[in-house]
Design a protein around this ligand. Structure first.
Ligand code: HEC
Ligand code: HEC
Ligand code: HEC
Ligand code: HEC
Length: 442
């Protein structure tokens, strides 16, 4: 059955016949009609206690929003769910090392900060503990590392100002009990009004740099932008380690690559070949931006925080996790296929992406072999520059596709495009290494 089979999905087919602009407008209207009140208006807010400004302890919000806090709390349970159907086979929340997913990745990331401490990500309520436990950057982590791990950060940024925040160390903030709460309510909501709010200056700066006005954001934009605060590629600039989103030219892969090339940041060298490499952290927002759902006005929260009825109110799912936990609610409002077909559609995309990732990993490994062989037979170092340039192109494309967290679903065609290019660049790099003198290919 084709995905847009008329018998399977009349409503979406009708939508698909409309031009994209009209489609997006219709969808947003549809979403607004599904219930779009502010917390205060939705009946979900019960003003039992007055919350302090920037209240970082999500438990303190419980008297006013018991359902939301209970759901948020469950994001800490995700670690137990490895073999059930609350996520796909390529995601989940266990402390699984990501470099074990394909052969050769330890070599590929060797020398960089992700070499021995990169795990599958878990739920929001575990974020701070995961950071504190992480071997990456050892015991002396700068405060910037905590910037996306804690609901204390909006308050700290406000109280200390960005400069002093960036100058601080995670360990000192922990000792002073200033950094004690994982990602929670205050990361996305204003304590006084309950409204959605953008709390991270780097996102505000990045939006303004692109001519967008964060203060004029509509509701549907905010339902993705609150996530973009953390689920984006970022860089640490200068000695202050100021966080910046490199969206100067836009947020396509090529814009991120240009930022890596023009202003190298957090780079390392692949040790066997001295190839300068960089990491694209977790470009979920950028990947989503390149996909059909973003083009149709579908927000992160539509799939990851679907609404459900609770008494007289409609509330958004605050146990933020994989949409595969409940495709009926996550996809069902827009797609009428049976749940099994929805699940199968996601899996098919993920399997295709995984097969291409495996081929690309192998091609990158072969290219490294060829460069090592060139060195061994005495090729002059400069003769490997062509290899290095091509290998870096291949690696960044691979890394984008591997690091966005949906294994290709957020933008299936974009992932396939990048991996096709990565494969080609990797094989070109291999040829360049074989051609690097002095002797010809054996
Ligand atoms: C059209 C639905 C849809 C939209 C919109 C969407 N996602 Fe996803 N997302 C998915 C699916 C499906 C998966 C794969 C889940 C799985 O494999 O279990 C996923 C996976 C993820 C994961 C990994 C989940 C895990 O369990 O490891 C993260 C993180 C994520 N998305 C963040 C985002 C962010 C941030 C946005 C917006 C910028 C977004 N998503 C927009 C459907 C969506
Ligand atoms: C303040 C930062 C921050 C914000 C805002 C944020 N996230 Fe996250 N998110 C994280 C971090 C950090 C993790 C990984 C936690 C870990 O493994 O330590 C994560 C993990 C996730 C996961 C994986 C959960 C799992 O069980 O594997 C999903 C899905 C997700 N986020 C979706 C979203 C969506 C959707 C939004 C917007 C509505 C959002 N996040 C906003 C920081 C944030
Ligand atoms: C990662 C971002 C994020 C976090 C963390 C978060 N929320 Fe939300 N919240 C949202 C989004 C997105 C909506 C939907 C808003 C909309 O559609 O206008 C929402 C909606 C709400 C609403 C309005 C009613 C509803 O359910 O749609 C309430 C009340 C609420 N959140 C309370 C909380 C509380 C309490 C916490 C902490 C336990 C919390 N939220 C944590 C993003 C977040
Ligand atoms: C808020 C509405 C909405 C939600 C929620 C939503 N979708 Fe979609 N989906 C759309 C629209 C609109 C399109 C684009 C249709 C078109 O223009 O061809 C689309 C397209 C698709 C396509 C076809 C992609 C392509 O490249 O042709 C698939 C597959 C899909 N969605 C799966 C899902 C799954 C799985 C979920 C849940 C995890 C989901 N969608 C959630 C509205 C939604």
């Amino acid at each position: 059955m084709s995905w847009l089979d008329p018998s399977g999905n009349r409503r979406l087919l009708a939508l698909a016949a409309a031009p994209l602009g009209a489609l997006a407008a219709a969808l947003v209207a549809l979403l607004a009609a599904r219930g779009g009140e502010s917390p205060a208006a939705s009946g979900a807010a019960r003003r039992v206690v007055e919350l302090a400004d920037f209240e970082a302890d999500s438990e303190a919000w419980r008297p006013n929003y018991p359902e939301h806090v209970a759901a948020w709390r469950r994001t800490a349970d995700t670690a137990d769910r490895e073999d059930d159907r609350t996520h796909g086979p390529f995601t989940g929340s266990a402390r699984r090392p990501r470099l074990a997913e394909f052969p050769g990745l330890a070599r590929l990331y060797a020398g960089g900060p992700f070499a021995d401490a990169w795990e599958e990500e878990a739920g929001h309520a575990l974020a701070l503990q995961r950071l504190v436990d992480s071997r990456r950057l050892g015991a002396d982590k700068p405060a910037a590392c905590a910037a996306c791990k804690s609901s204390d950060v909006p308050r700290l940024l406000h109280r200390l100002g960005p400069e002093a925040f960036y100058a601080a160390r995670v360990a000192d903030l922990r000792t002073a009990r200033d950094l004690a709460h994982p990602v929670g309510c205050a990361d996305c909501h204003d304590a006084a009004t309950g409204d959605l709010v953008l709390t991270r200056p780097w996102l505000l700066d990045a939006l303004r740099a692109r001519g967008l006005d964060p203060a004029g954001a509509d509701r549907q934009q905010l339902r993705s932008w609150v996530c973009a605060q953390c689920h984006s590629e970022y860089r640490l600039r200068g000695v202050e380690k100021t966080i910046e989103l490199p969206w100067g030219g836009g947020q396509r892969f090529e814009d991120l690559e240009a930022a890596c090339d023009t202003e190298p940041n957090a780079e390392w060298q692949q040790p066997e070949t001295e190839t300068p490499l960089a990491k694209l952290d977790h470009p979920d927002f950028e990947a989503w931006s390149a996909g059909i759902h973003a083009a149709a006005g579908v927000a992160c929260a539509d799939c990851h925080m679907p609404r459900r009825r609770h008494g007289a109110a409609r509330i958004s799912e605050h146990e933020i996790r994989s949409p595969l936990a409940d495709p009926e609610r996550a996809c069902g409002p827009c797609h009428e296929q049976p749940v099994e077909d929805l699940r199968a559609a996601v899996l098919e995309t993920q399997q295709r992406t995984t097969a291409l990732l495996a081929r690309t990993a192998r091609a990158l490994d072969d290219a490294l072999d060829a460069a090592v062989a060139a060195r061994r037979r005495g090729a002059p170092d400069a003769a490997l520059d062509g290899f290095r340039r091509l290998f870096r192109r291949a690696f960044l494309r691979w890394d984008f596709a591997f690091s966005e967290n949906s294994r290709g679903f957020h933008a299936p065609q974009e992932s396939v495009r990048l991996l096709a290019e990565a494969l080609d660049f990797a094989r070109q790099a291999e040829l360049a290494a074989w051609a690097a003198g002095p002797a010809a290919r054996p």
